[in-house]
Design a protein around this ligand. Structure first.
Ligand code: ADP
Length: 168
């Protein structure tokens, strides 16, 4: 629950291709900050995802089902500009996870551009915890495609889906 009386909505956008334990840690932490967390799964046609939009949503849904701490969590897709989406859902915050320095440049530019379009929407960065600092969906996919054990980085249901994908 937020400290003010205002009902606060945050948007956590991403590709989630697939959701990792790093993402889940950010979701858990963000859910203590906002009253409603909208996990916005991007339908970005520039990237060719391994998992369909439906599969990515199903995996997220499965993983957040056990996360009940009073925060309302909703998973939706978006294919418009993030800041326009955030305005549409009346979000006060865009939430992003920050891993290494490599994330910084992109996030810095995106935050600056978004702030120009709508200065009322604040971007909130949650620093990745040491444990998940190195985890990325891209490496999880690469490791899994070479039959490496990714159980430390994703939940069992995601691992199972990865195994199925790479068997076919
Ligand atoms: P995008 O395509 O927007 O980078 P991702 O699904 O890769 O989407 O990531 C969504 C958000 O989660 C981003 O803010 C990213 O920095 C953050 N994130 C990804 N992996 C981790 C992790 N291991 N720990 C913390 N934050 C992470």
């Amino acid at each position: 629950m937020s400290v003010s009386n205002k009902y606060i909505t945050g948007v956590y956008p991403g590709s989630f291709d697939p959701v990792t334990r790093g993402h889940l840690h950010i979701i858990r932490r963000a859910s203590h900050i906002v009253d409603k967390l909208i996990i916005a799964v991007s339908d970005n046609t520039d990237k060719t995802p391994l998992f369909t939009l439906e599969e990515r949503i199903e995996m997220l849904q499965d993983d957040i089902d056990n996360m009940s701490n009073g925060c309302e969590i909703e998973i939706v897709t978006f294919d418009n500009l993030l800041v326009h989406f955030a305005e549409k859902v009346k979000a006060s915050y865009i939430i992003r996870g920050l891993r290494a320095v490599s994330d910084f440049e992109y996030e810095f530019q995106m935050t600056g551009m978004n702030a120009k379009l709508d200065p009322d929407i604040e971007t909130l960065f949650l620093m990745a915890s040491g444990k998940w600092q190195f985890v990325s969906s891209s490496f999880v996919k690469e490791f899994s495609s070479h039959n490496a054990d990714v159980s430390a980085f994703v939940t069992p249901q995601v691992e199972e889906r990865l195994n199925k994908k790479f068997k076919n």
